[in-house]
Design a protein around this ligand. Structure first.
Ligand SMILES: Cc1cc2nc3c(=O)[nH]c(=O)nc-3n(C[C@H](O)[C@H](O)[C@H](O)COP(=O)(O)O)c2cc1C
Length: 170
C-alpha cells in the first residue's frame, strides 16, 4: 500500500493537522503541500485536506480532489466556524461531492484561527451595517475568539486518532 497526504494551507492551520495525520501514517508514506503534490494515480490511500473558503474546500484543494478517481480517501479540513455547525457539515459534504467516484472512509474537521487581515476587512465592511450577514455581533466575536485557539494540541491528537482508525479499518 502506498499512502499520501496532500494539504492546502494559507496560514498554517491545515498544515498542522496534515502533519499530525502524516505522523501516524505507515513508514514510507509521503506528504506534500498541494502545489507540489504528485498525481494521485500511484497511491492506494490518500488523506486530502484544505481550508474552508466560502463554504467549500479552497480552490487548490477542490481542484486536486477532482483529480482523484477510484481511490480510498480520508478528508480533513479546518474552518473558522464551529466544527459541529451546519456550515461545517455542508462544507464537508461539498468536499465529499468533489470526491465522488472514490471511497471516502472518514472525515475530520476542526476550527482554525482566521487571518486577522480578513477579520479587519469584515469589520470595516460591516461597521455601518449591523444587518450585514457578516456583521461583528457578539456571536461572531465569540466564534472568532474560539477559532483563534485552534488548531490546538487536542485537535492534532483527534485528527491523528481519527486517521489511525481509518487506516486500521482499511
Ligand atoms: C478568504 C477566506 C475565506 C474564508 N471562508 C470561510 C468560510 O466560508 N467559512 C469558515 O468557516 N471559515 C472561512 N475562513 C476561515 C478559514 O477556513 C480558517 O481560518 C482556516 O483554518 C484557514 O486555514 P489555513 O491556516 O490552513 O489557511 C476563510 C478564510 C479566508 C482567508
Amino acid at each position: 500500500m502506498k499512502y499520501l497526504t496532500v494539504y492546502s494551507s494559507k496560514t498554517g492551520n491545515t498544515q498542522m493537522i496534515a502533519e499530525a495525520i502524516h505522523q501516524i501514517m505507515p513508514d514510507g508514506s509521503e506528504i506534500y503541500p498541494v502545489q507540489q503534490a504528485p498525481a494521485p494515480d500511484g497511491y492506494d490511500f490518500i488523506a486530502v485536506g484544505g481550508w474552508v473558503d466560502k463554504g467549500m474546500p479552497d480552490k487548490l484543494t477542490a481542484d486536486y480532489m477532482q483529480r482523484i478517481q477510484g481511490k480510498t480517501v480520508g478528508i480533513f479540513m479546518t474552518l473558522g466556524a464551529y466544527p459541529d455547525s451546519d456550515h461545517a457539515r455542508d462544507s464537508m459534504q461539498k468536499a465529499e461531492e468533489l470526491l465522488k467516484g472514490n471511497t471516502v472512509c472518514g472525515t475530520f474537521i476542526c476550527q482554525g484561527k482566521v487571518d486577522p487581515k480578513l477579520i479587519e476587512m469584515m469589520q470595516k465592511m460591516t461597521q455601518d451595517n449591523p444587518d450585514h450577514p457578516h456583521a461583528m455581533d457578539e456571536e461572531r466575536k465569540g466564534r472568532l475568539a474560539e477559532a483563534a485557539k485552534h488548531p490546538n494540541e487536542q485537535d492534532c491528537q483527534n485528527a491523528a486518532q481519527k486517521f489511525t482508525e481509518i487506516i486500521a479499518a482499511l
